[in-house]
Design a protein. Structure first.
Length: 115
């Protein structure tokens, strides 16, 4: 049972990054998936979530219109497309799966936005 994030890195303000989270060991298609982030000295916060069927999404106000969450159930992967990045988006981004048998966190991927 595992979630592995990738795609983090350094971006300039106004730039884009695409995070991926690959799932294994559980019935991915039955699980709601979310992205959280935690900046230094701050609590972990929900960034975006998507229902198991992929139709319903939810976003934090701070990222609405800039970030898009999506999933590919055939590939057991959830994505977070991040556009128009701001320095305040700098954080460790975590993938989270919530379902009938497990609540699972990934190890996190660092996103740094600076010029």
């Amino acid at each position: 049972v595992r979630l592995v994030e990738s795609g983090g890195g350094l971006a300039q303000p106004g730039g884009s990054l695409r995070l991926s989270c690959a799932a294994s060991g559980f019935g991915f298609s039955r699980y709601a998936m979310s992205w959280y982030r935690q900046a230094p000295g701050k609590e972990r916060e929900l960034v975006a979530s998507i229902r198991s069927a992929g139709g319903t999404t939810n976003y934090a106000d701070s990222v609405k219109g800039r970030f898009t969450i999506s999933r590919d159930n055939a590939a057991n992967t959830v994505y977070l497309q991040m556009n128009s990045l701001k320095p305040e988006d700098t954080a460790v981004y975590y993938c989270y799966a919530n379902g009938d048998l497990y609540n699972i966190w990934g190890q996190g991927t660092q996103v740094t936005v600076r010029s």
